[in-house]
Write a protein that binds this ligand. Structure first.
Ligand SMILES: C[S@@+](CC[C@H](N)C(=O)[O-])C[C@H]1O[C@@H](n2cnc3c(N)ncnc32)[C@H](O)[C@@H]1O
Ligand SMILES: Nc1nc2[nH]cc(C(=O)O)c2c(=O)[nH]1
Ligand code: SF4
Ligand SMILES: [Mg+2]
Length: 216
């Protein structure tokens, strides 16, 4: 594994709160740093600081929990040079690995065994100009595309993009969830049902269970 290393904010064991593996016990590896500044970001504490660790050390810390599922998140994981190597090593170790990414960096180097959960940044995030639309071609049946909705306008935008890029046919699931505390979850749920939108509606399970406490 050579001298590859990554900067880590935290490694913890919790229930997956998002995506289609929601509810499954999962180890989270949160990488430090992000070039984006989404207005709603719940992980700002991962922008700075962190501890540099060899891939061996990360694998050792993950293995201590004896998990089946590992979720690599951040910050923006793909903003670090050695993240593709970390992802490959985690797959080689036999875990089912998922990656949470903003889609602002190319997915080209990501191991095909990794389940990619790519957020398409809505106008309400303030970062939609960072979406790399070429990444859509690198997603498949096992992957997921996600929209975090801040307003009715964001919802209309998401609906348009789902239709324009035939997103529901491209990936296993198109996820839609409310920006926490910004819109009423029930409004978004009603819009999805009224439009028969081909998406999976989600609430962040970990926030219902543990509020917004880091490490969960
Ligand atoms: C913290 S980000 C880390 C990974 C990557 N930077 C990204 O944006 O996908 C993980 C996921 O949490 C979502 N998220 C962050 N803050 C949120 C909030 N306040 N409400 C709902 N989802 C949020 C992001 O949109 C993203 O899908
Ligand atoms: N429980 C839990 N599930 C999560 N799924 C994605 C998370 C993230 O921050 O990327 C997250 C998180 O922070 N906690
Ligand atoms: S890209 Fe992800 S980590 Fe970065 S600011 Fe946006 S939500 Fe937060
Ligand atoms: Mg989170």
């Amino acid at each position: 594994m050579s001298d590859a290393s990554v900067k880590i904010t935290e490694i913890f064991y919790s229930l997956q709160g998002e995506s289609t593996t929601v509810g499954l016990p999962t180890v989270f590896v949160r990488l430090t740093g992000c070039p984006l500044r989404c207005g709603y970001c719940d992980s700002e504490y991962a922008f700075y600081g962190g501890e540099r660790m060899s891939l061996e050390l990360v694998l050792e810390k993950v293995a201590a929990y004896r998990p089946r599922y590992v979720c690599v998140t951040g910050g923006e994981p793909l903003a670090q040079r050695d993240t593709p190597r970390l992802l490959r090593a985690l797959c080689d170790a036999g875990y089912q690995v998922s990656l949470e990414t903003s889609g602002a960096m190319t997915l080209e180097q990501v191991d095909p065994r990794v389940i990619k959960v790519m957020d398409l940044k809505t106008p309400g995030s303030g970062e939609s100009q960072r979406n790399l639309w070429e990444n859509l071609a690198l997603l498949g049946e096992a992957d997921q595309i996600k929209f975090v909705i801040c307003s009715r306008e964001d919802y209309q935008w998401a609906k348009l993009k789902i239709d324009e890029h035939r997103l529901a046919e491209r990936v296993g699931d198109v996820l839609i969830s409310p920006s926490y505390g910004q819109i009423r979850p029930r409004d978004l749920a009603d819009w999805v049902v009224a439009d028969n939108l081909p998406v999976r509606f989600q609430l962040q399970l970990h926030k219902l269970l543990w509020d917004d406490t880091p490490g969960h």
